[in-house]
Design a protein around this ligand. Structure first.
Ligand code: NAD
Length: 262
């Protein structure tokens, strides 16, 4: 069957969406999905090569922003509002998982702090900047990217990463509760392992270590960025109008599994 116009969901016509980390991976797939559903999309990233290309592809706006920088984040949401007239969706997604973040016994304080800044402080700054627009409008949807490691422990530890995602999850829940009656919904997206260049590299280099991860996923494969984007589009749209403060797991069943199928 070929896709026709009737098959395309158009749930976000007239909405303005800001996507951080929009130049790559889950953010990139989400930029494309939100735009395909009719949203005007603002792509925020450090990457000034891919970022503008992505924005151009969806006829959107690129804003160079380091999400750890409070002034840059304020400027980002101001730009979205002044260019397109509102801030309806904030997908706070930029994050890092550097190799030097590993066991607590090995991870230095500088690495710990950097990961906390990029993964957790950034979400605090983006929510702080987006909320006033949404409260004023009486409507908005914030989606913060946490991870399945916010709800599960891994012996292949990335200690600061896991702690930062636990923080994102708790902060999202609290904001979802606090601002519910002002029309702003806040949910945490918790992706399972997603098929990204980093994971592909691991598979190529260290099949045993990759298999050690894959065996836990009931669906028997890693997720695709487009599958995360579909979940974000749902959370961004009014189809999820009765959802806030949720731990939205899109993880192939990993967090539900004890014994997985052979
Ligand atoms: P990615 O590396 O493909 O993309 C991340 C983007 O964020 C890049 O374009 C990068 O330039 C940008 N970025 C990094 N630091 C930034 C900063 N300080 N300011 C602005 N932009 C910055 O990553 P991804 O795999 O798509 O991951 C996206 C999010 O999903 C992250 O928060 C990650 O922790 C989370 N996540 C990923 C997986 C996975 O398996 N890939 C699983 C669970 C959660």
């Amino acid at each position: 069957m070929t896709a026709t116009d009737d098959d395309v969901c158009r749930r976000l016509v007239g909405r303005v969406a800001v996507v951080t980390g929009g130049a790559s991976g889950i953010g990139l797939a989400t930029v494309r999905r939100l735009a395909s559903e009719g949203a005007r999309v603002v792509v925020a990233d450090l990457d000034t090569t891919a970022g503008p290309r992505v924005a151009e592809e969806v006829d959107g706006l690129f804003v160079e922003a380091d999400v750890t920088d409070s002034a840059a984040v304020d400027h980002l949401f101001e730009q979205a509002n002044s260019t397109y007239g509102s801030v309806d969706v904030a997908f706070n997604n930029a994050g890092i998982s550097p190799p030097e973040d590993e066991s607590i016994l090995e991870t230095g304080i500088d690495t710990w702090r950097r990961v906390q800044e990029v993964n957790l402080t950034s979400v605090y700054l983006c929510c702080q900047a987006a909320l006033p627009y949404m409260i004023e409008q009486g409507k908005g949807s914030i989606i913060n990217t946490a991870s399945f490691v916010a709800v599960m422990g891994a012996a292949t530890s990335q200690i600061s990463y896991s702690a930062s995602k636990g923080g994102v999850l708790a902060m999202s829940r609290e904001l979802g509760v606090q601002f519910a009656r002002q029309g702003v919904r806040v949910n945490a997206l918790c992706p399972g392992p997603v098929n990204t260049p980093l994971l592909q590299e691991l598979f190529a280099k260290d099949a045993v270590s990759a298999q050690r991860r894959l065996v836990h996923v009931p669906l028997g494969r890693f997720g695709e960025p487009e599958e995360m984007a579909a979940a974000v589009a749902f959370l961004a749209s009014d189809d999820s109008s009765f959802m806030t403060g949720s731990t939205f797991l899109v993880d192939g069943g990993i967090s539900a599994a004890y014994v997985t199928p052979l």
